[in-house]
Write a protein that binds this ligand. Sequence first.
Ligand code: ADP
Ligand code: MG
Ligand code: MG
Length: 251
Amino acid sequence: MLKIENLHAELEDQDKQILKGVTLEIPAGEVHAIMGPNGSGKSTTSYVLSGRGGYEVTEGTATLDGVDLLSLEPEQRAAAGLFLAFQYPVEIPGVGNMTFLRTALNAQRKARGEEELSAAEFLKLIREKAKALNIDADMLKRPVNVGFSGGEKKRNEILQMAMLEPRMCILDETDSGLDVDAMRLVADGVNALRSPERSFLVITHYQRLLDHIKPDVVHIMAGGRIVKSGGPELALEVEQNGYADLLAEVS
Ligand code: ADP
Ligand code: MG
Ligand code: MG
């Protein structure tokens, strides 16, 4: 599924190296978490995978089902099955949520050589998905994210994920200041969308989220690399003891 090997990346305009050899493999159906101190490169990892500008990959590879992600445009990465939860957090005044999702979904289908969904087919699908996720039909008609509360934005992210049916979902929850309710929403959404064919990478600064999303593997990132991997108990260890002991142990 997702395979990252010895990934090195730097800031394009500063020659500042941020990722210093990230190696990570996430098999189909598994949920992996990345934790780590601030500034360790967690968000950068997801940005580089998504193809966001401003970063230069200087070494290493990243493949999804054997497809070289790094050579693809961001839209092609999405078509290959990669979804990043922060990909569409922007507010888009004047564009209805439904219109936006239909455009995104059909663009993805087109890139995959699949037929676009008709308006009726799309409506049926989005109603089903919204209902399954307990999402109010009202939210579908509002302009994308405009005036959405934090919780509504999270709900919308989960809906986008459900509609696009990605193989690999990456959620970076580090800086979103999730309150307990929003955390629940994210966790319930992820749990509802877990399947043997779909994998998740949940990036989080806090252990709390992992109380609700039980990860198969927890990775600790520090200084631009994964320095330790283990089971869910690793997250508890971090919660109890912080990073200092753990990092001293691996350095
Ligand atoms: P994390 O998500 O683990 O907190 P980041 O990936 O956001 O860490 O950042 C990793 C490091 O790269 C930090 O030291 C940060 O200051 C630096 N960094 C990231 N993006 C930029 C940027 N655009 N300009 C300057 N420094 C950056
Ligand atoms: Mg450079
Ligand atoms: Mg971050």
